[in-house]
Ligand binder design. Structure first.
Ligand code: ADP
Length: 520
């Protein structure tokens, strides 16, 4: 019976796949997938053709509020209105170009938390953003009480204010009546995916996906359920929580009045997980590294959960058909932000792209190292109190050396991460698939390959995060028939191959190690 049901599902999926591919061929790729990419600095909507080509794109800037030192908030209304406006703009483009939107996929900044009234949909407090540190004391207390090991074994995470649990606890403890109302089931909690889904379905669906749930610190990623002990530890009523689904699932339909007609929502994933999917890292040992304001690297480690011995996080890569694939995650707090700092605070150049020619105008760093620990050092150091330092300056040092040192730092930091990955994973990462604004810089691409002593590949689809969300929706809606198809669709646009000798690599890296030691 089970076989028959499965065959029927396969038949329908294949039928739809062929049908949609035909439609695509006969009508010049008229099918499109709408990806919502809700980030910390902007909300974007992108229409993709099934081959990954961008057909339309709109972006709305998003405000951050800093009510106190260490506090970071968004207005939930801003998030929703921004997202809706970006979606409406691409839907309008789709109509003009006669494109048929098959459905919607959502990807989002992770951990950022909102609580709202189930009856009115009104948030009871602003969204507390992942960067917010107001719950540092609570986390330190729980750590001192010895709870971190248990939390890591269940969630793969380290006890840090970064994740949702302590943010939810703060809202419950600081907003009048919040706890009583939460216990009565009057309130709902959501990360941004969940909040957008609720708004898109006009309050009909209160769901999240397994990758976003994995970042709350309340979700047990080995048992795939909300963890009763963790809920008790953070004193959070279960009545607040959304239902957790696979990344590819029926997440409901958008309300027709919002976008002119109703669209199925077929995929959701946190941003870094979506980028891993967009980069088609479906095999153990495959690594994607995104160089934006900060840098996030994820390595697919397969279907076996494993905690890190090198202060990396373990997370869900994705969950499909109820089956979990895990990833190790390392983050570098400052990547492109260091280039912004050179541009805005030191005025070394006007546009970030000019840093490339400047770095290449000198033969080497001339002993200058730049450890960009403006907001502490991330994995594998986890030193939030560390601060940035430029070292090795002489009378000969100039703007080009400092710029070069800032760009080189991206590669040294990645080498540190890869060493931690190697220590934890039995798979050797053979190739790095990179993306993000900073990777437009050819000096960075080549220096990365040189220092890692591995090829670095840049894909043809550069919007990997949004493309990952589109892929998930496409899998649900029969536009793609499986991960293999997506894997074959991934194409390399630029490949940097290592061209540095071992001695030089070692000497450069020793200089970095010394510079980090000084910072620590
Ligand atoms: P985010 O998604 O975090 O906003 P992006 O992926 O858009 O970031 O990348 C923007 C970052 O990349 C900025 O910090 C910018 O300084 C840096 N950047 C963009 N282009 C270049 C370049 N050609 N050379 C160096 N840095 C760059």
């Amino acid at each position: 019976m089970q076989n028959k049901i499965y065959s029927m599902k396969q038949f329908i999926t294949h039928y739809m796949y062929d049908h949609l591919q035909d439609l695509g061929n006969n009508h010049m790729n008229k099918i499109a997938l709408l990806a919502i990419d809700q980030g910390t600095t902007s909300s974007r909507a992108i229409l993709f053709a099934p081959n990954g080509k961008i057909l339309a794109k709109h972006q709305q800037e998003l405000k951050l509020y800093y009510p106190q030192k260490g506090w970071v908030e968004h207005s939930p209304d801003d998030i929703w209105i921004n997202t809706l406006e970006a979606c409406r703009a691409v839907v309008k483009d789709a109509q003009q170009d006669n494109l048929q939107i098959a459905g919607i996929g959502i990807t989002n900044q992770r951990e950022t938390s909102i609580l709202w009234d189930r009856a009115t949909g009104e948030p009871i407090y602003n969204a507390i953003v992942w960067q917010d540190r107001r719950t540092a004391d609570l986390c330190a207390t729980l750590k001192a009480q010895g709870h971190e090991a248990d939390i890591t074994n269940k969630t793969g995470l380290l006890l840090d204010p970064y994740f949702s649990a302590s943010k939810i606890a703060w809202i419950l403890d600081n907003v009048a009546d919040a706890r009583t109302r939460a216990e009565k089931g009057e309130l709902a909690f959501g990360t941004i995916d969940t909040y957008l889904l609720w708004k898109l379905t006009n309050g009909a669906v209160h769901c999240t996906d397994a990758t976003n749930a994995a970042r709350t610190m309340l979700f047990n990623i080995t048992e795939q359920c909300w963890d009763q002990d963790l809920l008790k530890l953070f004193n959070i009523p279960a009545a607040l929580l959304p239902t957790v689904k696979d990344n590819v699932a029926d997440f409901g339909q958008s309300t027709p009045t919002l976008l002119g007609q109703s669209y199925p929502i077929g995929g959701m994933a946190g941003d870094q997980h979506a980028a891993l999917i967009g980069q088609a890292c479906f095999k153990p040992g495959m690594v994607k590294s995104t160089y934006g304001t900060g840098c996030f690297a994820l390595e697919n480690i397969g279907t076996e959960f494993k905690t890190s011995q090198h202060r990396l996080l373990t997370t869900l890569a994705y969950r499909l058909n109820g089956r979990s694939t895990y990833a190790l995650e390392g983050s570098i707090f400052t990547a492109g932000a260091a280039i912004q700092w050179l541009r805005d605070n030191l005025g070394l150049f006007k546009h970030a792209a000019e840093s490339e020619a400047l770095a290449l105008s000198v033969d080497d760093n001339n002993g200058v190292y730049f450890v960009p620990a403006f907001t502490g050092l991330g994995a594998p150091y986890w030193q939030p109190e560390a601060r940035a330092m430029i070292s090795g300056l002489t009378r000969e040092s100039n703007a080009a050396h400092i710029t070069r040192a800032a760009l080189e730092a991206q590669a040294y930091q990645t080498v540190d991460l890869m060493a931690a990955f190697k220590g934890d994973s039995k798979h050797e990462a053979s190739i790095i698939r990179a993306d993000g604004g900073l990777i437009n810089n050819k000096f960075v691409g080549q220096f990365l390959a040189d220092m890692l002593n591995r090829p670095v590949e840049i894909p043809t689809v550069t919007e990997t995060t949004a493309w990952g969300a589109a892929c998930l929706a496409g899998l649900q809606l029969g536009v793609f028939d499986g991960l293999d198809t997506l894997g074959k669709q991934w194409h390399c646009a630029t490949r940097y191959t290592p061209a540095m000798n071992e001695r030089q690599r070692r000497t450069l890296y020793q200089g970095w190690e010394l510079a980090v030691k000084r910072v620590l």
